[in-house]
Ligand binder design. Structure first.
Ligand code: HPA
Length: 292
């Protein structure tokens, strides 16, 4: 009945992997965290860790990007049971989009209720500075416009409905909580809220593309997160996401600036302690979905 459930990323494969992990995990996670480029330090905060290399997890894709460790870490963060992906998968690595988002379904089947995603992104909004942290309030899914959506193919109702709503993808209460925590920690001057646009990558954008995206209403651009958000929301998990602005997207033909991956990693390192503090404090304040 569900042709895809027999594939390497269908329901049965996700269930088998979730059960394999739960058999060995020290906790049953309620919060799932995805660490973006240079932001893997979040996973190091977990207490009583159990670590799995992606290469040892049945059915899991393998991470191929420098700056993405490729480890799944279980443990507690301020007493909350969590699972943390240190390294994620991208469209440009060549996997099918259903494969790169498979970890979200494994999260769901392990009992995760809230997913927190972080990424590195280029700033399109002219008011943004390198080092700003943008709370994502909405997204523009460019690969989706071209028919590359992770929910393409037969829908498996065991995960969710055929046509899920995305107008409330980024949980409003979690965004308020993040603003509140950010203000308490004295981070308001670098905390923004905006729209994230995903592209396929791996080449960075041209100047004309950056100008176009900015005019379309995007504040930041990157190569991840949105596919995971769509799959997480499809299965009813609550989503919160942050972009670290690691570089300013080049919008001016006279500029000598060039986007590069080393700059992305360096900015990640510089802001990472504050990001870890922000996310861990948010996690410590999470209660039940719809009840924070
Ligand atoms: N463009 C796309 N992805 C990115 C960028 C960028 O400028 N910076 C970090 N990830």
């Amino acid at each position: 009945m569900f042709p895809e459930s027999s594939t390497e990323y269908g329901y049965e494969a996700c269930k088998a992997t979730a059960d394999w992990l739960l058999d060995q995990a020290p906790v049953r996670p309620l919060v799932g965290i995805v660490c973006g480029s240079g932001l893997g330090g979040l996973a190091d905060m977990l207490k009583d860790q159990k670590v799995f290399s992606y290469s040892d997890i049945p059915n899991f894709p393998k991470s191929t990007v420098h700056g993405h460790a490729g480890r799944l870490v279980f443990g507690t963060l301020k007493g909350k049971p969590c699972v943390c992906m240190q390294g994620r998968f991208h469209l440009y690595e060549g996997y099918p989009i259903q494969k790169i988002t498979m970890p979200m379904r494994i999260f769901k089947l392990m009992g995760v209720e809230t997913v927190i995603l972080t990424n590195a992104a280029g700033g399109l909004n002219q008011d943004y500075k390198v080092g700003d942290v943008m709370i994502i309030k909405d997204h523009i899914n460019m690969p989706g416009f071209a028919g590359n959506n992770p929910l393409c193919g037969q829908n498996d109702e065991r995960f969710g409905i055929r046509f899920p709503c995305m107008s409330d993808a980024y949980d409003r209460q979690m965004r308020h909580l993040a603003q509140e925590v950010g203000a308490e920690l004295g981070y308001s001057h670098f905390l923004k809220e905006g729209v994230y646009c995903v592209l396929g990558g791996p080449s960075f954008e041209t100047i004309a593309e950056c100008r176009m995206l900015n005019r379309l209403g995007a504040d930041a651009v990157g190569m991840s997160t949105v596919h995971e958000v769509i799959v997480a929301r499809h299965s009813g998990m609550r989503v919160f996401a942050l972009s670290l602005i690691t570089n300013k997207a080049v919008m001016d033909y006279d500029s000598e600036e060039r986007a590069n991956h080393e700059e992305v990693l360096q900015t990640g390192e510089q802001r990472s302690q504050q990001l870890v503090k922000l996310v861990s404090t948010i996690v410590s304040r999470i209660t039940q979905p719809n009840d924070i």
